[in-house]
Design a protein around this ligand. Structure first.
Ligand SMILES: NC(=O)c1ccc[n+]([C@@H]2O[C@H](COP(=O)([O-])OP(=O)(O)OC[C@H]3O[C@@H](n4cnc5c(N)ncnc54)[C@H](OP(=O)(O)O)[C@@H]3O)[C@@H](O)[C@H]2O)c1
Length: 262
C-alpha cells in the first residue's frame, strides 16, 4: 500500500496538544491540507500560524467541544461536506481511581469524547472516503484497550470500544481503497498525565515513555502499510501480546495492585 496522497485533506482532533499536535505537524510535513480541532482555539491558531509558514497547504482551525452534541455536530458537518478525508481521532482523556469514587459527570464526558465522538466522526468521514475510494481513519486507542484496567476502568473500557470498533470496520473495508487503523500507544510524553492527575506516578515509569513524535512516526508508517492495529514500541507490543496468553482472572489480579493509588 502507498501513503494516503497529500491531495486528501486531514482533520485532526485533539490537535492542541500531545499526539494530535504531533499528527498535525507530520501531516503538514507530508503536504496535507489540515483542519485542526480542539477546544483551546488559541493553541490551534498558534499551531496553524506555524504550519502555514512551512506548508503551502491551507490550515483551518475548528474550535469544538466534543463533549457536546453541538461540538460533535460542527465536526461531523465539516466531514460530511465532501470527502475523502484522512481523519485522526486523537482527542481524549483519562480518569483514574476507584470506579465508585469517580465523578459521574466527568466519566460520562470521558465516554462521550473517547468513544461516542470517535464513532460519530468516523461514521461521518467514511461515506466520502468510500465514494472516492481513498483516505481513511486513524483512531487513537491505547495499550489500555487490550485488557480491563482496575482503577482506570472507564478509560480502558472506552479504549477497548475504540479498538474493537476499528477492527470490525476495517474487516468490512478490504477492496474499498479505504483504510482504518487503531493506534495503541503505551505511556507517551504529552499532557495526558496532568489531565488524568497521574503525573507523579507516570514519572516513576519514565524510561518506558515514548515521545509523541516517535509514536506518530510509527503510526504513519503502519498506516502507510495498511496495518489495522499499531502498537508502537517493543515493550508496549510485548505487553499487548503477552496479556493474551494469560487467563483473564490472572490479568485482573495482577493489574489491580499495579494501578491502585498509593
Ligand atoms: N499520553 C499517553 O500516555 C497516551 C497513551 C495511550 C493513549 N493515549 C491517547 O492519546 C490521545 C491523545 O492524548 P494525548 O496523550 O495527546 O493527551 P493530551 O496532550 O492531553 O491531548 C489531549 C487532546 O484532546 C483534546 N480534548 C480533550 N477533551 C476534548 C473535548 N471535550 N473536545 C475536544 N477536544 C478535547 C485536548 O484539546 P483541548 O483541551 O484543547 O480541547 C487535547 O488536544 C487520547 O485519546 C489518549 O487517550 C495517550
Amino acid at each position: 500500500m502507498q501513503p494516503v496522497p497529500a491531495t486528501v485533506p486531514a482533520l485532526v482532533t485533539g490537535a492542541s496538544s500531545g499526539l494530535g499536535e504531533s499528527f498535525a505537524r507530520h501531516l503538514a510535513g507530508r503536504g496535507h491540507e489540515l483542519v485542526l480541532v480542539a477546544r483551546r482555539v488559541d493553541r490551534l491558531e498558534r499551531l496553524a500560524t506555524e504550519l502555514r509558514a512551512v506548508s503551502e497547504a491551507p490550515v483551518e482551525v475548528l474550535g469544538a467541544d466534543l463533549e457536546t452534541a453541538g461540538g460533535r455536530g460542527l465536526v461531523t458537518a465539516r466531514l460530511g461536506a465532501g470527502g475523502p478525508w484522512l481523519l485522526v481521532n486523537s482527542a481524549g482523556f483519562g480518569s483514574r481511581g476507584r470506579f465508585v469514587e469517580q465523578d459521574p459527570a466527568r466519566e460520562a464526558a470521558e465516554i462521550t469524547v473517547n468513544a461516542l465522538a470517535v464513532h460519530q466522526l468516523m461514521r461521518a468521514a467514511l461515506p466520502g472516503c468510500l465514494e472516492a475510494r481513498g483516505g481513511g481513519v486513524i483512531n487513537v486507542a491505547s495499550t489500555a484497550a487490550f485488557q480491563p484496567l482496575p482503577h482506570f476502568a472507564t478509560y480502558a473500557a472506552t479504549k477497548a470500544f475504540v479498538l474493537h470498533l476499528t477492527e470490525a470496520v476495517a474487516a468490512e473495508l478490504p477492496g474499498s481503497g479505504v483504510r482504518v487503523m487503531a493506534l495503541c500507544p503505551g505511556p507517551t510524553r504529552t499532557e495526558f498525565g496532568d489531565v488524568a492527575g497521574v503525573t507523579g506516578e507516570f514519572e516513576r515509569i519514565g524510561p518506558l515513555f515514548m515521545t509523541a513524535d516517535r509514536v506518530v512516526s510509527a503510526a504513519l508508517r503502519s498506516f502507510d502499510h495498511g496495518d489495522v492495529i499499531c502498537v508502537p514500541g517493543a515493550v508496549n507490543l510485548a505487553g499487548a501480546t503477552g496479556v493474551r496468553l494469560l487467563p483473564r482472572f490472572a490479568v485482573r489480579r495482577l493489574l489491580e495492585p499495579v494501578f491502585r493509588r498509593r
